[in-house]
Design a protein around this ligand. Sequence first.
Ligand SMILES: [Zn+2]
Length: 325
Amino acid sequence: MKPGAQDVQADVSDPLHERLTSYAGRPAATAGTGKDPVNLPMIRHWCEAMGDTSAAYRGPDAVAPPAMLQAWTMRGLCADPEPDDGTGRSAAYDELLGLLDGAGYTSVVATDCEQEYLRPLRPGDRITFDAVIEAVSRRKTTKLGTGYFVTTRMDVHANGEPAGTHRFRFLKYRPAQRKTAKPESEPPLRPRPVINRDNAGFWAGVAEHRLLIQRCTGCATLRFPWLPGCNACAGQEWDTVEAGGEGTVFSHVVMHHPSFPAFDPSGEGGPYAVALIELAEGVRILGNVVGVPYDKVRVGLPVRLEFLRTDPDLELPVFRASEGG
Ligand SMILES: [Zn+2]
């Protein structure tokens, strides 16, 4: 095969790529402004988050960590939607993304960035920036899906002087179809429990609708979840006691994301509560609270054990709120 033959073919078969590359060299942002001047509190928070204890970033002669370059240009999660919001974002950039969205490349993932530092940033420096659409790749297929890599280059200025360059690349793509996707009509299934020699007795109990707690025969300490030995006396002999079924919510979280329909009682993937239940016997177990909406689960809520068949091959202990929440 002649070198480059594939490239020529790609050009011919991909008119979208031609349209996309016509945006190369056009501005992505013009006359953007940093929301805050370079300042010590943001530097301190960054250093805390990164675990960077360098003395260069503290005290009266502090400079900003160079890798914060982009941070000074970001508008935050609650960016002002007004046209003069300081992002300087160009119409050309919005058009480019609109073309990709319109062609079905609706997902986005940041892939890499390169920065060059031209001068240190110091508290009080006022940040301005311009950005250009540098390149759009040919269509590529990745594990995430097929799409185009878009590279932008932002030139950052401090008090009008060049301070650094931030080159940013992202993939705008059409998500790959999951090979294991099931027809819509099949109910989503929960993950299967891992059953092994150490916990098989627990699952055997569940099959008989009994919640079994291990008890050390040496020191009578109860333990849950099931373990091969006793944490109190290291004894390896044990028997079981059956939980009476009464308990209270010791702690809980509400899962909002990612959506997982199998865990939502409505099957729609909405929020659901995961609770740590303290059984009357004193041990704690993780499980779902049923019988109340997820936002009515609270610490101290009395619950009672029952067994829920989540699908033909799985039953699980769950906890029904014994009051209205
Ligand atoms: Zn023991």
